[in-house]
Design a protein around this ligand. Structure first.
Ligand code: NAD
Length: 261
Protein backbone atom coordinates (compact mmCIF):
# COMPACT_ATOMS: atom_id res chain seq x y z
CA UNK A 1 0.00 0.00 0.00
CA UNK A 2 1.23 3.51 -0.83
CA UNK A 3 2.23 5.78 2.04
CA UNK A 4 -0.59 8.25 2.78
CA UNK A 5 0.60 11.76 1.86
CA UNK A 6 -1.06 13.65 4.72
CA UNK A 7 -0.70 11.14 7.56
CA UNK A 8 -0.71 12.95 10.93
CA UNK A 9 -1.84 16.28 9.44
CA UNK A 10 -4.92 18.33 10.28
CA UNK A 11 -6.65 20.22 7.46
CA UNK A 12 -9.27 22.93 7.88
CA UNK A 13 -11.37 23.35 4.75
CA UNK A 14 -13.95 26.12 4.25
CA UNK A 15 -16.83 25.48 1.89
CA UNK A 16 -16.25 21.80 2.58
CA UNK A 17 -19.86 20.70 2.09
CA UNK A 18 -19.98 20.97 -1.67
CA UNK A 19 -18.07 21.06 -4.92
CA UNK A 20 -14.32 21.69 -4.73
CA UNK A 21 -14.21 21.78 -0.91
CA UNK A 22 -16.16 18.52 -0.62
CA UNK A 23 -13.94 16.70 -3.13
CA UNK A 24 -10.83 18.01 -1.39
CA UNK A 25 -12.09 16.95 2.04
CA UNK A 26 -12.69 13.41 0.79
CA UNK A 27 -9.29 13.21 -0.92
CA UNK A 28 -7.34 14.64 2.01
CA UNK A 29 -9.12 12.29 4.43
CA UNK A 30 -8.20 9.39 2.17
CA UNK A 31 -4.60 10.60 2.34
CA UNK A 32 -4.66 10.38 6.12
CA UNK A 33 -5.47 13.94 7.24
CA UNK A 34 -7.97 14.73 9.98
CA UNK A 35 -10.46 17.12 8.42
CA UNK A 36 -12.20 20.15 9.92
CA UNK A 37 -15.19 20.89 7.71
CA UNK A 38 -16.32 24.52 7.82
CA UNK A 39 -19.53 25.46 6.01
CA UNK A 40 -23.01 26.94 6.46
CA UNK A 41 -24.79 24.14 4.66
CA UNK A 42 -25.54 21.65 7.42
CA UNK A 43 -27.29 19.06 5.31
CA UNK A 44 -24.49 18.69 2.77
CA UNK A 45 -21.89 18.94 5.55
CA UNK A 46 -23.48 16.01 7.39
CA UNK A 47 -23.37 13.97 4.18
CA UNK A 48 -19.69 14.84 3.76
CA UNK A 49 -19.04 13.76 7.36
CA UNK A 50 -20.80 10.43 6.71
CA UNK A 51 -18.85 9.94 3.51
CA UNK A 52 -15.50 10.50 5.24
CA UNK A 53 -16.36 8.37 8.28
CA UNK A 54 -17.68 5.50 6.19
CA UNK A 55 -14.34 5.47 4.39
CA UNK A 56 -12.54 5.22 7.74
CA UNK A 57 -11.54 8.90 8.00
CA UNK A 58 -11.65 11.28 10.94
CA UNK A 59 -13.43 14.63 10.69
CA UNK A 60 -15.34 17.35 12.52
CA UNK A 61 -18.01 19.65 11.07
CA UNK A 62 -18.22 23.18 12.47
CA UNK A 63 -21.26 25.19 11.34
CA UNK A 64 -19.66 28.54 10.48
CA UNK A 65 -20.41 31.56 8.33
CA UNK A 66 -16.90 32.40 7.14
CA UNK A 67 -17.85 36.06 6.76
CA UNK A 68 -18.33 36.37 10.52
CA UNK A 69 -15.08 37.08 12.44
CA UNK A 70 -16.27 35.67 15.79
CA UNK A 71 -17.51 32.48 14.19
CA UNK A 72 -14.30 31.93 12.22
CA UNK A 73 -12.21 32.53 15.34
CA UNK A 74 -14.41 30.09 17.21
CA UNK A 75 -14.13 27.47 14.44
CA UNK A 76 -10.34 27.59 14.63
CA UNK A 77 -10.54 27.32 18.42
CA UNK A 78 -12.81 24.26 18.17
CA UNK A 79 -10.48 22.68 15.61
CA UNK A 80 -7.54 23.06 17.98
CA UNK A 81 -9.55 21.70 20.90
CA UNK A 82 -10.51 18.65 18.85
CA UNK A 83 -7.26 17.85 17.07
CA UNK A 84 -4.54 19.91 18.81
CA UNK A 85 -2.91 21.31 15.67
CA UNK A 86 -3.51 22.85 12.24
CA UNK A 87 -1.23 22.06 9.30
CA UNK A 88 -3.29 22.76 6.20
CA UNK A 89 -5.78 25.55 5.54
CA UNK A 90 -7.93 25.49 2.42
CA UNK A 91 -9.70 28.88 2.24
CA UNK A 92 -12.18 27.90 -0.40
CA UNK A 93 -15.74 28.94 0.54
CA UNK A 94 -17.23 31.33 -1.95
CA UNK A 95 -20.24 32.53 -3.88
CA UNK A 96 -20.78 34.07 -7.29
CA UNK A 97 -23.28 36.40 -5.63
CA UNK A 98 -25.22 39.01 -7.53
CA UNK A 99 -24.33 39.20 -11.20
CA UNK A 100 -25.39 42.63 -12.46
CA UNK A 101 -24.18 45.72 -14.28
CA UNK A 102 -22.09 48.00 -12.06
CA UNK A 103 -24.73 50.72 -12.10
CA UNK A 104 -27.37 48.28 -10.85
CA UNK A 105 -25.46 46.31 -8.22
CA UNK A 106 -26.29 47.62 -4.75
CA UNK A 107 -23.71 48.40 -2.08
CA UNK A 108 -25.10 45.55 0.04
CA UNK A 109 -24.81 43.08 -2.84
CA UNK A 110 -21.23 44.20 -3.46
CA UNK A 111 -20.42 43.80 0.24
CA UNK A 112 -21.95 40.33 0.39
CA UNK A 113 -19.73 39.00 -2.39
CA UNK A 114 -16.57 40.74 -1.18
CA UNK A 115 -17.16 39.69 2.42
CA UNK A 116 -18.00 36.07 1.65
CA UNK A 117 -15.08 35.58 -0.72
CA UNK A 118 -12.28 37.97 0.28
CA UNK A 119 -12.78 39.02 3.89
CA UNK A 120 -13.41 35.37 4.76
CA UNK A 121 -10.03 34.44 3.31
CA UNK A 122 -8.34 37.05 5.48
CA UNK A 123 -10.26 35.86 8.56
CA UNK A 124 -9.52 32.18 7.98
CA UNK A 125 -5.80 32.81 7.52
CA UNK A 126 -5.59 35.37 10.32
CA UNK A 127 -7.02 33.08 12.99
CA UNK A 128 -5.05 30.05 11.78
CA UNK A 129 -1.61 31.71 11.82
CA UNK A 130 -0.96 31.52 15.59
CA UNK A 131 -1.48 27.75 15.42
CA UNK A 132 0.80 27.21 12.41
CA UNK A 133 3.77 29.37 13.39
CA UNK A 134 5.69 26.68 15.25
CA UNK A 135 5.44 23.76 12.83
CA UNK A 136 4.79 25.55 9.54
CA UNK A 137 2.20 24.36 7.08
CA UNK A 138 0.40 25.00 3.83
CA UNK A 139 -2.38 27.46 3.03
CA UNK A 140 -4.25 27.19 -0.25
CA UNK A 141 -6.73 29.85 -1.37
CA UNK A 142 -9.36 29.30 -4.06
CA UNK A 143 -9.45 32.29 -6.39
CA UNK A 144 -10.59 31.99 -10.01
CA UNK A 145 -9.64 32.72 -13.59
CA UNK A 146 -12.03 35.66 -13.15
CA UNK A 147 -10.08 38.66 -11.92
CA UNK A 148 -6.72 37.26 -13.02
CA UNK A 149 -6.85 36.04 -16.62
CA UNK A 150 -10.48 36.52 -17.54
CA UNK A 151 -12.44 39.77 -17.52
CA UNK A 152 -15.31 38.86 -19.83
CA UNK A 153 -17.73 37.35 -17.32
CA UNK A 154 -20.10 40.26 -17.66
CA UNK A 155 -21.89 41.35 -14.50
CA UNK A 156 -19.29 39.70 -12.28
CA UNK A 157 -17.36 42.83 -11.28
CA UNK A 158 -17.84 42.16 -7.56
CA UNK A 159 -16.87 38.48 -7.89
CA UNK A 160 -13.83 39.25 -10.08
CA UNK A 161 -12.69 41.96 -7.66
CA UNK A 162 -12.95 39.56 -4.74
CA UNK A 163 -10.99 36.91 -6.63
CA UNK A 164 -8.27 39.41 -7.70
CA UNK A 165 -8.01 40.46 -4.06
CA UNK A 166 -7.47 36.86 -3.00
CA UNK A 167 -4.48 36.54 -5.37
CA UNK A 168 -2.87 39.70 -3.97
CA UNK A 169 -3.59 38.62 -0.40
CA UNK A 170 -2.08 35.16 -0.95
CA UNK A 171 1.12 36.65 -2.34
CA UNK A 172 1.44 39.12 0.54
CA UNK A 173 0.81 36.26 2.98
CA UNK A 174 3.39 34.01 1.25
CA UNK A 175 6.12 36.55 1.91
CA UNK A 176 4.98 37.47 5.40
CA UNK A 177 4.59 33.87 6.55
CA UNK A 178 7.68 32.36 4.87
CA UNK A 179 9.63 33.01 8.11
CA UNK A 180 7.35 30.48 9.82
CA UNK A 181 7.69 27.94 6.98
CA UNK A 182 4.05 28.49 6.14
CA UNK A 183 3.56 28.25 2.38
CA UNK A 184 0.68 30.11 0.73
CA UNK A 185 -0.53 29.38 -2.78
CA UNK A 186 -3.63 30.33 -4.72
CA UNK A 187 -5.49 28.25 -7.26
CA UNK A 188 -7.40 29.75 -10.18
CA UNK A 189 -9.95 27.29 -11.52
CA UNK A 190 -11.82 27.76 -14.77
CA UNK A 191 -15.33 26.36 -15.12
CA UNK A 192 -15.74 23.45 -12.69
CA UNK A 193 -18.93 21.40 -12.34
CA UNK A 194 -20.16 22.14 -8.77
CA UNK A 195 -23.26 23.58 -7.05
CA UNK A 196 -22.12 27.22 -7.30
CA UNK A 197 -25.07 28.13 -9.54
CA UNK A 198 -27.20 27.93 -6.35
CA UNK A 199 -25.34 31.03 -5.13
CA UNK A 200 -25.49 32.93 -8.42
CA UNK A 201 -28.09 35.67 -8.78
CA UNK A 202 -28.01 36.92 -12.37
CA UNK A 203 -30.02 40.08 -13.00
CA UNK A 204 -31.68 40.37 -16.44
CA UNK A 205 -29.94 43.73 -17.03
CA UNK A 206 -26.65 41.87 -17.62
CA UNK A 207 -27.77 41.17 -21.18
CA UNK A 208 -27.53 44.95 -21.82
CA UNK A 209 -23.80 45.08 -21.07
CA UNK A 210 -22.67 41.79 -22.62
CA UNK A 211 -20.18 41.68 -25.47
CA UNK A 212 -20.31 38.30 -27.27
CA UNK A 213 -17.30 36.09 -26.58
CA UNK A 214 -17.09 32.98 -28.73
CA UNK A 215 -14.63 30.15 -28.27
CA UNK A 216 -13.27 28.80 -31.56
CA UNK A 217 -14.28 25.21 -30.85
CA UNK A 218 -15.61 23.68 -27.68
CA UNK A 219 -15.46 25.44 -24.35
CA UNK A 220 -12.15 24.30 -22.86
CA UNK A 221 -9.50 23.17 -25.36
CA UNK A 222 -8.24 20.27 -23.27
CA UNK A 223 -11.45 18.41 -22.47
CA UNK A 224 -14.16 20.45 -24.21
CA UNK A 225 -16.11 20.86 -20.98
CA UNK A 226 -15.83 21.96 -17.38
CA UNK A 227 -13.32 20.35 -15.07
CA UNK A 228 -14.38 18.26 -12.09
CA UNK A 229 -14.08 19.10 -8.42
CA UNK A 230 -11.92 15.96 -8.07
CA UNK A 231 -9.39 17.31 -10.58
CA UNK A 232 -9.11 20.50 -8.52
CA UNK A 233 -8.80 18.45 -5.32
CA UNK A 234 -5.73 16.71 -6.75
CA UNK A 235 -4.05 20.08 -7.30
CA UNK A 236 -4.91 21.17 -3.75
CA UNK A 237 -3.49 17.89 -2.40
CA UNK A 238 -0.22 18.55 -4.23
CA UNK A 239 -0.02 22.09 -2.80
CA UNK A 240 -0.78 20.76 0.68
CA UNK A 241 1.80 17.98 0.55
CA UNK A 242 5.59 17.97 0.88
CA UNK A 243 5.78 17.36 -2.88
CA UNK A 244 5.34 21.14 -3.27
CA UNK A 245 7.77 22.10 -0.49
CA UNK A 246 9.46 24.85 -2.58
CA UNK A 247 6.21 26.25 -4.02
CA UNK A 248 4.85 29.37 -2.34
CA UNK A 249 3.32 32.62 -3.53
CA UNK A 250 2.24 30.94 -6.76
CA UNK A 251 -1.02 31.19 -8.60
CA UNK A 252 -1.84 27.95 -10.35
CA UNK A 253 -4.39 27.92 -13.16
CA UNK A 254 -6.54 24.84 -13.57
CA UNK A 255 -8.77 25.56 -16.53
CA UNK A 256 -7.96 23.20 -19.43
CA UNK A 257 -6.40 26.25 -21.15
CA UNK A 258 -9.75 28.01 -21.51
CA UNK A 259 -8.22 31.38 -20.63
CA UNK A 260 -5.48 31.10 -23.23
CA UNK A 261 -7.97 31.37 -26.08
P1 NAD B 1 -20.16 25.15 -4.29
O1 NAD B 1 -21.33 26.08 -4.21
O2 NAD B 1 -20.39 23.79 -4.80
O3 NAD B 1 -19.41 25.08 -2.87
C1 NAD B 1 -19.18 26.24 -2.12
C2 NAD B 1 -19.42 25.95 -0.65
O4 NAD B 1 -19.16 27.15 0.10
C3 NAD B 1 -20.87 25.54 -0.33
O5 NAD B 1 -20.90 24.35 0.42
C4 NAD B 1 -21.41 26.72 0.47
O6 NAD B 1 -22.38 26.35 1.45
C5 NAD B 1 -20.14 27.27 1.11
N1 NAD B 1 -20.32 28.66 1.51
C6 NAD B 1 -20.83 29.68 0.82
N2 NAD B 1 -20.89 30.78 1.57
C7 NAD B 1 -20.41 30.45 2.78
C8 NAD B 1 -20.24 31.14 4.01
N3 NAD B 1 -20.57 32.44 4.13
N4 NAD B 1 -19.73 30.49 5.07
C9 NAD B 1 -19.39 29.18 4.97
N5 NAD B 1 -19.53 28.46 3.85
C10 NAD B 1 -20.04 29.09 2.76
O7 NAD B 1 -19.11 25.92 -5.22
P2 NAD B 1 -17.61 25.59 -5.68
O8 NAD B 1 -17.60 25.80 -7.14
O9 NAD B 1 -17.11 24.33 -5.12
O10 NAD B 1 -16.86 26.85 -5.03
C11 NAD B 1 -15.71 26.74 -4.23
C12 NAD B 1 -14.77 27.89 -4.58
O11 NAD B 1 -14.33 27.72 -5.93
C13 NAD B 1 -15.39 29.28 -4.51
O12 NAD B 1 -14.50 30.16 -3.87
C14 NAD B 1 -15.56 29.65 -5.96
O13 NAD B 1 -15.53 31.05 -6.17
C15 NAD B 1 -14.37 28.96 -6.57
N6 NAD B 1 -14.44 28.73 -8.01
C16 NAD B 1 -15.41 27.94 -8.55
C17 NAD B 1 -15.44 27.76 -9.94
C18 NAD B 1 -16.49 26.89 -10.60
O14 NAD B 1 -16.62 26.94 -11.83
N7 NAD B 1 -17.26 26.11 -9.86
C19 NAD B 1 -14.48 28.38 -10.75
C20 NAD B 1 -13.50 29.18 -10.16
C21 NAD B 1 -13.49 29.35 -8.79
Amino acid sequence: MNQQQLQGKVALITGAASGIGHATALLMAKEGAKIVLVDINNERSEKTVQHIEQAGGNCLFIDTDVANPERVENAVKQAIEAFGQLDIIFANAGINGTVAPIEDITADQWDETLTTNLKSTFLTVKYAIPHMKTNGGSIIVTSSINGSRKFSSFGMSAYSSSKAGQVAFAKMAALELARYKIRVNVICPGAIATNISENTFRQPEVSEIEIPVTYPEGKQPLEHGPGSAEQVANLVLFLASTGSSHVTGSEVFIDGAETLL
